[in-house]
Design a protein around this ligand. Sequence first.
Ligand code: IPD
Ligand code: CA
Ligand code: CA
Length: 261
Amino acid sequence: MEGRKEYIVEITKAAQQIILTKLNDNYAIDIKNNNQSDIVTEIDIEVEKFLVNKIKERYPNDGFITEENTVCDPNKDYVWIIDPIDGTMNFVYEQRDFAISIALYHEGIGEVGVVCNVVNDEMIVGVRNEGLSVNGIKPSPLTTVNLRQSIIDVSLRTMVTLNEKGIANLFKMSSSILSHRNIGSAAIRICDVALGRAHMYISDTLCIWDFAAGIIILREAGGYDNYMEEELKFTSDRVDLMVANNKGIVTELKDKFYFNN
Ligand code: IPD
Ligand code: CA
Ligand code: CA
């Protein structure tokens, strides 16, 4: 692991600068998977290629799982899981609330997670068993909350899907929680839970690059995620994710609003 954390931070800072210089450029935008809500810009691709090339220069034997598929080679001891811009919709329309997310897994175990909130200039780093930091400073420990004290981030689309699939009715939860938000970057929201800025993040349709770094950071903060109990598959399949300040609020939420619990 020697030196890898420092190197990830170094190349993430360089990628952050690339994005910042192009924030207001006229870049090309494409629609993915015939879905108007799933967009990719030429900057996503450029940043991914930059990061992958930098990693290959230093660690030529490592593997990758990346969102934009400029490389795919997951069958290695060390695997880098990269989302060059998490929150592309925010990047394009708001020029804020998007992040670079890079995780390093070794033989299936998350070792280093880095999430850089590009515009807020926050570099959040988690190292397994060594804690987390924000711009090099250790944050205050998490305060445990109950459901009524919780700010929950979940998209309207996830709420509709959970309801249509007969899994949960989260439309009813508003009077049982402190507040509801949805900011559109999984990586940022998982870190927000790790930092006590939000208390739960739920999505029924994420890919591993959306949360691979975030959950390493969150676990170092003492938070909960469902992959502590389920197998995390190193594929591009869409999966569900629940992260929380503590497992108790997940149980409370499930008891109240999930159907077959
Ligand atoms: C998306 C964001 C969004 C989540 C989507 C992801 P992208 O990632 O994390 O918050 O709701 O499911 O695909 O496409 O902007 O990298
Ligand atoms: Ca993403
Ligand atoms: Ca992305």
